[in-house]
Ligand binder design. Sequence first.
Ligand code: FAD
Length: 255
Amino acid sequence: MTDLIFRSDVTTTLVSSMGGDRSIIRAMMVSTNKDSTADEMEDAGVAGRINFLMKNRHGTPFEHAAFTFYSEAPIFVYREWHRHRIGVSINEQSGRYSELPPMFYMPGPDRKLQQVGKPGAYEYVEGDSAQYAGVQGSIRHVCHIAYAEYQAMLNGGVAKEVARMVLPINIYSKMYWTCNPRSLMAFLSLRTQRPPKYVHDDSEGCYYDMGSDHSFFPSKPQYEITLAADVMEEIFSQLFPITYKAFVDNGRVAP
Ligand SMILES: Cc1cc2nc3c(=O)[nH]c(=O)nc-3n(C[C@H](O)[C@H](O)[C@H](O)COP(=O)(O)OP(=O)(O)OC[C@H]3O[C@@H](n4cnc5c(N)ncnc54)[C@H](O)[C@@H]3O)c2cc1C
């Protein structure tokens, strides 16, 4: 029987990038024929202009730069990730043209297991030790059976595109994902989890602004996709520090 590999991670690495904060300023300032001044501009001038664009949702200047990420993730994560259609390019490993390796996602001990609440307002809480053991046992059992049947079909001469039909969605795939800062911010705003920017105080009858890095439209993404998104956000913050600050200061809304 083939040895299976179980992993609890979703990896994302930066392959290449183009541009930086001043690429956005150049694109913005061509409108007044001052794009040639972008490279000499002080950081404060760059920050003020980028904040203006972000706050007023002038989005197109944020499209003149690029990132290419390489990732390895289970197929159920890509099923969510691929829903982001705009301003992205994708190439993923094919289960028709390659034999998928025996590598499967297994929830780790940090992964909350129980869903409580109602649709649209779920919370996730820790599982107990019996639940963790049950989840791990079920996943292990099904993956062994599924992969053995997959290999039996391949060995019997069945096409990969047919044999793969038995494989579960926690099998790993890999892809290259290219985006621009605008489409990356759209992805991050939905696929990271941050507390709400505005919180209502019932006794005072007013809203409080909770400050930077709180979300105007808080999202509750699946934990496993946040593993990728949090790494991409860190890379974004390093390569586009001024743009990133404007994003978090303005409630994590993609312009
Ligand atoms: C917490 C969470 C739960 C979800 N639950 C479900 C679910 O239960 N079922 C489900 O099917 N999906 C679900 N989704 C996926 C979700 O509906 C989106 O498909 C996904 O988040 C991609 O968002 P997007 O369309 O804004 O991204 P993109 O496709 O990248 O689009 C970016 C922006 O471009 C514009 N745009 C794109 N396409 C069009 C268009 N055709 N017409 C007009 N404007 C357009 C919009 O402004 C859009 O916001 C969920 C997503 C999240 C984050």
